[in-house]
Design a binder for this molecule. Structure first.
Ligand code: FAD
Ligand code: NA7
Length: 457
């Protein structure tokens, strides 16, 4: 009997990948350790579990969710497909390459519902604090059962931190913003474009959130969208109504002043300025300290905390690959925990990390970033029996996706790709993305009815 105990913090895609990795072993008849997963929300799915709430939740905990209504996959689904659970298996028919959030949430749940993984998760339970005892070699995790307002502690031999890193806003200050009369929010609290209809919006940032929230607001009827960049503009051909300006310097009431001398009045400001890696439940010496990048330092193979490899972090990288990357990480972590994967010495691990960090420093283009993460996934795949998939082909799809976005930021979501897992070509969605204002699963999947309805009209 395997008497080790494993604690997992978070049941988003990363935490669920860890649960699934152990389930896959169990299915093969292997005796697996006891696993407990702690989740502060009332359901699994992490970011994909949409909440209308902002600020704090019903138990007064900071809201984790940063996702919003009308969010459609920002990359092709063919780039994130689980290699042990295809879209075909789940939906039983081809679907388009850029599904909306509820459809991807459904897919994530489909795989995990096939196992007993839910039984391992304690919902409405926040990990409050962690200690590591050098003598007993055990982690003590202090937890709050939010429902009954009770604190308790449990001990584990391994601790997997899968608490995500797109939840705690990075909120910069701009002089005069305190007197801006309109709404000032961070992307973390954006819940959909409806409230911004007919408004002139200023979005600060030039990455995924700025691009996606900007385009969504344009699509759902904002009067104008300005994106203000610090380092580089997104630089695509924006439609009339969206433009990019350099960084703003300050506000005077509702007027923003930009570095190039432009001044403009706005109704609302949305800070799309990224997130902090925040682990309030971890002491300083166990805490991962990094900005958002493709290779956080201190994590051997991107997952094992170098000072203490029994502490495992999942999903802490900036992400091109997502669900399939979390899987390759979770499978490798599982094999280490099971004693099937040996790690080199701490010094050797340092050398390996340095090699990756050096390469990371030299990356320039989007395609370079894709190549880097592709090689990282290949490295992980070589460590475990996670079903192999054609990572080079996925890399090509990513690069095509980058070109598609550059060609037309409003239509790239109408493109389709072939699955590297099943070879199935994605279906065209029944409605062009720019005309599709309903992101429900029902509307998305019921193609026949929609087509007939349209023909009748
Ligand atoms: P999360 O999904 O963040 O899950 C972490 C979990 O840990 C949460 O359930 C949280 O409640 C729990 N938790 C945190 N702290 C504690 C604690 N102290 N105690 C107990 N539980 C805790 N990816 C894509 O592939 N495609 C997209 O289109 C896409 N769009 C995105 C849009 C937005 C706005 C954001 C923010 C992210 C998007 N992502 C997208 C990336 C997304 O982060 C990943 O897909 C995925 O959700 C990461 O999984 P995770 O499990 O690592 O983290
Ligand atoms: P990212 O990708 O981390 O990007 C953060 C952006 O915010 C980036 O453009 C930064 O500019 C900008 N930023 C950060 N601080 C500032 C300040 N002080 N002033 C101006 N601009 C600033 O976060 P996102 O939210 O876009 O994306 C995160 C995830 O959410 C992503 O995986 C998606 O799937 C959804 P920089 O280029 O560093 O100068």
């Amino acid at each position: 009997m395997n008497n080790k105990r494993i604690g997992i913090i978070g049941s988003g895609p990363s935490g669920l990948a860890q649960l699934r990795a152990f389930e896959a072993l169990k299915d093969k008849g292997v005796d697996v350790p006891e696993i407990v997963c702690f989740e502060k929300q009332s359901n699994w799915g992490g970011m994909w579990n949409y909440t209308w709430r902002t600020g704090v939740g019903k138990y007064g905990e900071p809201i984790h969710g940063s996702m919003y209504k009308y969010l459609w996959s920002n990359g092709p689904k063919e780039c994130l497909e689980f290699s042990d659970y295809s879209f075909d298996e789940h939906f039983e028919k081809p679907i388009s390459s850029y599904p909306p959030r509820p459809v991807l949430f459904d897919y994530i749940q489909g795989r995990i519902k096939k196992s007993k993984a839910r039984d391992y998760i304690r919902f409405d339970t926040t990990a409050r604090w962690v200690e590591y005892n050098e003598e007993t070699k055990k982690f003590t995790v202090h937890l709050d059962d939010l429902k009954i307002d009770k604190t308790y502690s449990e001990e584990f031999d391994y601790l997997v931190v899968a608490s995500g890193h797109f939840s705690t806003p990075n909120m910069p200050y701009f002089k005069g913003i305190e007197n801006f009369p309109g709404n000032v929010i961070h992307a973390h609290d954006f819940r959909g474009a409806d409230q911004f209809k007919d408004q002139n919006l200023l979005l600060i940032g030039s990455s995924y959130s700025a691009e996606d929230i900007g385009v969504q607001c344009y699509k759902h009827g904002a009067n104008s969208v300005t994106l203000s960049y610090r380092s580089n503009p997104i630089g695509v051909d924006w439609p009339e109504g969206i433009k990019e300006l350099p960084l703003l310097t300050h506000f005077e009431e509702d007027t923003a002043f930009f570095k190039d001398g432009t001044t403009e009045k706005y109704d609302a400001v949305i800070m799309c300025t990224g997130y902090q890696h925040k682990f309030p439940f971890l002491p300083d010496e166990l805490r991962l300290k990094t900005k958002n990048n493709l290779y956080p330092d201190q994590l051997y193979k991107g997952i094992f905390y170098n000072d203490l490899p029994e502490l495992i972090y999942l999903g802490m990288q900036d992400q091109y690959y997502t669900f399939n990357m979390f899987d390759t990480q979770a499978w490798a972590a599982r094999d280490y925990i099971m004693g099937k994967l040996d790690l080199p010495t701490k010094a050797e691990r340092r050398v390996d990390m340095d090699k990756w960090l050096e390469r990371n420093e030299a990356l320039e283009t989007g395609a370079d970033h894709v190549d880097f993460q592709t090689d990282y996934i290949k490295d992980l795949l070589s460590l475990s029996d996670y079903p192999d998939f054609n990572v080079d082909k996925v890399s090509e799809i990513f690069k095509q996706w980058l070109r598609d976005k550059e060609e037309n930021i409003l239509t790239y979501r109408d493109k389709t790709y072939k699955s590297v897992v099943t070879g199935t070509m994605a279906a065209d969605h029944h409605t062009d993305w720019m005309d599709e204002l309903d992101d429900s699963k029902e509307r998305y999947l019921f193609e026949e009815e929609v087509k007939e309805e349209e023909e009748f009209v």
